[in-house]
Design a protein around this ligand. Structure first.
Ligand code: NDP
Length: 245
């Protein structure tokens, strides 16, 4: 029987690369996002082991219905990748309370709500793997990303808290901390800021940005049976950025 995976934000960037990797490895992969045209187009390239569901994950009240619809269609959920997220690059003094809350809602609260819903079904199956996505912003201080940093630091804490509650039920919970990966999101943060890109590269021992496919390789490992005794870890996929001087 093929495994069933949900990848949020699977229509672009790292999420799409993860979906592609899963499908290649015979995992039936459901991508979730807010833009039906983008999701449809992604599924056209992913092929028949893919499907898409529309959901704005900040609408927390819609999440249980999303999960129920997936269960009604597929009967189970083996893998959840909480990849969807947003960035906000602004000096701390310029960030409004509304903007701060929107980032927290998108990157943190929705991860809690969706994982709670999905874990209910995984608990009945007595198996499952959850993968969260944090960032270098949760490891060291990066200026002008206050809300993003708060949300991603929370993701790492939640990964450990979820792991201790869910692992006894057969559900492993892990986290990837990508370094600087070439996607639309990192382009927005780096393309108009050559000084920042220079700084990133100067402290990345491998001397280059990462590719979404390189994050996807690590994602496949952590949700697969090859990682059957691994739970509660945060794995950097960063060309050494987190340990670089
Ligand atoms: P993208 O902007 O390409 O992808 C983000 C995805 O999230 C989009 O597909 C978007 O879909 C989806 N999304 C955003 N908000 C919502 C929402 N409210 N409901 C549903 N889906 C939503 O960026 P990346 O691929 O770079 O980022 C993927 C993850 O990796 C993020 O969590 C990011 O923080 C993390 N990350 C990225 C790094 C990088 O260098 N690129 C580094 C470290 C972490 P749509 O807008 O169509 O709804």
């Amino acid at each position: 029987m093929k495994k069933i995976a949900i990848v949020t934000g699977g229509g672009s960037g790292i999420g799409l690369a993860i979906a592609r990797k899963f499908v290649k490895n015979e995992i039936h992969t459901i991508i979730v996002g807010r833009d039906s045209a983008k999701l449809k187009e992604a599924c056209a390239t992913l092929g028949k082991l893919s499907d898409w569901f529309l959901c704005d994950l900040t609408k927390l009240e819609d999440i249980p219905e999303l999960v129920q619809k997936i269960i009604d269609k597929y009967g189970r959920i083996d893998i959840l990748v909480n990849n969807a997220g947003m960035h906000l690059k602004k000096g701390m003094a310029e960030v409004s309370d509304e903007e701060f809350q929107k980032v927290i809602l998108t990157n943190q609260t929705s991860v809690f709500s969706l994982t709670r819903s999905v874990a209910g079904f995984m608990q009945e199956q007595e198996s499952g793997a959850v993968l969260n996505i944090s960032s270098m912003a949760s490891i060291y201080g990066i200026p002008y990303v206050i809300a993003y940093t708060a949300s991603k630091a929370a993701i790492e804490g939640m990964t450990r808290a979820m792991a201790v509650e869910l692992s006894p039920l057969g559900i492993r919970v892990n986290c990837l901390a990508p370094g600087f990966i070439r996607t639309n999101m990192s382009s927005l943060a780096l393309d108009k800021d050559p000084e920042r890109e220079k700084k990133v590269l100067s402290r990345t021992p491998m001397g280059r940005l990462g590719k979404p496919e390189e994050v996807a390789d690590a994602a496949l490992f952590l949700v697969s049976d090859s990682a059957s005794y691994i739970t509660g870890v945060v794995l950097p996929v960063d060309g050494g950025n987190s340990i670089g001087f």
